[in-house]
Design a protein around this ligand. Structure first.
Ligand code: GDP
Ligand code: FO1
Length: 316
């Protein structure tokens, strides 16, 4: 708390694994009541009849101290007995669902079949796991990232996991976005935030789907909060995963400058890698303040250090 009667409220926009690193740092630096997390659901999929929300689960497991740190997703020390048996029964097993992780998807699917929304289910699961941070899906409506590669149309998980992000993508789009609504609490959180953080998440498949939900981008443009982004790109490549490939496929320059251009209409400050110092002038021409930092987060100390730098910028 700021101790002066004004509650600090930091709102973050995030995908899964990259965003989770910064969120772990932020969560260690500020009170849980001061942090609201808005999570991408464009990667969600249905497998074995179960509703899977990988990014929400990655953030939830990270904050609950349950995440498999080596992989950045799933539950640590999980076993895969159910998946093995599913395979024997003829199911596809390319998406590695652990036994404990499956309990989350069974719970989510069951509660949604009873009529609860994704927001309500997300809240129940995080409370059951003892988490006090507020986690909001970007929308309770189905918004699905789809990728066109050659003459094939892939869901995000088919592209990312099954095809190991090798197909040449020609187009990425968010199916269902136009008709979707922000989940309850999302616009309110953005409007009343004291600071907003755009995590170093994949700009095309994690942040863009959130921005595609009608009302969210406008709320970011209109908010009085300082909006600070952190780059997921160093030089011409993502730190992990296919962000650079998907940026090129979307007609963006694959660099921190390309990310800054995509966010320029709502971003106040962009934190880029020390190695990208040469991009500073180009970013500032977009009317976005550029700050260099060590943006690699390899351990808790580096997550907390970057979180502190971001908080210092956001509180100004
Ligand atoms: P996903 O939903 O699992 O793809 O997770 P995100 O979209 O949140 O994160 C993926 C992005 O995180 C990739 O584009 C990476 O380049 C970025 N990333 C991964 N590790 C780091 C890191 O240590 N620092 C920064 N700045 N970005 C990172
Ligand atoms: N990522 C993989 O690379 N291989 C997997 O088999 C896999 C399974 C999986 C199961 C549950 C879950 O919550 C996430 C899982 N992920 C897996 C990660 C997932 O593809 C990514 O976290 C994101 O969707 C990328 O944004």
């Amino acid at each position: 708390s700021t101790g002066v009667g004004f509650a600090l409220m930091i709102v973050v926009l995030t995908g899964g694994t990259g965003g989770a690193k910064l969120i772990e740092g932020l969560a260690a630096e500020i009170d849980s009541a001061e942090l609201t997390i808005i999570c991408n659901t464009g990667d969600d999929c249905v497998l074995h009849g179960l509703h899977i929300s990988p990014d929400i689960d990655t953030i939830t497991y990270t904050l609950a101290g349950l995440v498999d740190d080596a992989k950045g997703w799933g539950i640590k020390d999980d076993t895969f007995t159910a998946l093995e048996q599913l395979g024997r029964l003829g199911a596809d097993t390319w998406f590695k669902l652990g036994d404990r992780d499956l309990a989350t998807h069974i719970t989510r699917t069951g509660l949604m079949a009873e009529g609860l929304t994704l927001s309500q289910v997300t809240d129940r699961i995080r409370k059951a796991l003892g988490i006090t941070w507020r986690i909001l899906p970007m929308s309770d409506d189905r918004v699905e990232t789809r990728l066109r590669a050659g003459d094939k149309e892939l869901t995000f998980q088919e592209y990312f996991v099954k095809e190991r992000w090798q197909p040449m993508v020609r187009k990425v789009y968010c199916a269902g976005a136009v008709k979707s609504k922000p989940a309850p609490g999302v616009l309110n959180a953005l409007g009343s935030a004291s600071g907003i953080v755009v995590c170093p998440s994949n700009p095309v498949t994690s942040i863009n789907p959130i921005l595609a939900v009608p009302g969210i981008r406008d709320a970011l443009k209109e908010t009085s909060a300082t909006v600070v982004g952190v780059s997921p790109i160093i030089g011409a490549a993502a730190i992990t995963g296919p962000a650079h490939k998907l940026m090129s496929a979307s007609g963006w320059e694959a660099s921190a400058l390309g990310v800054a251009r995509a966010y320029a209409d709502f971003l106040d400050v962009f934190v880029i890698a020390n190695e990208d110092e040469n991009l500073k002038a180009g970013i500032e021409e977009l009317n976005v303040r550029a700050v260099t930092a060590d943006i690699r987060m390899n351990d808790l100390a580096s997550k907390r250090r970057l979180a502190r730098e971001v908080l210092a910028l956001v509180k100004k």
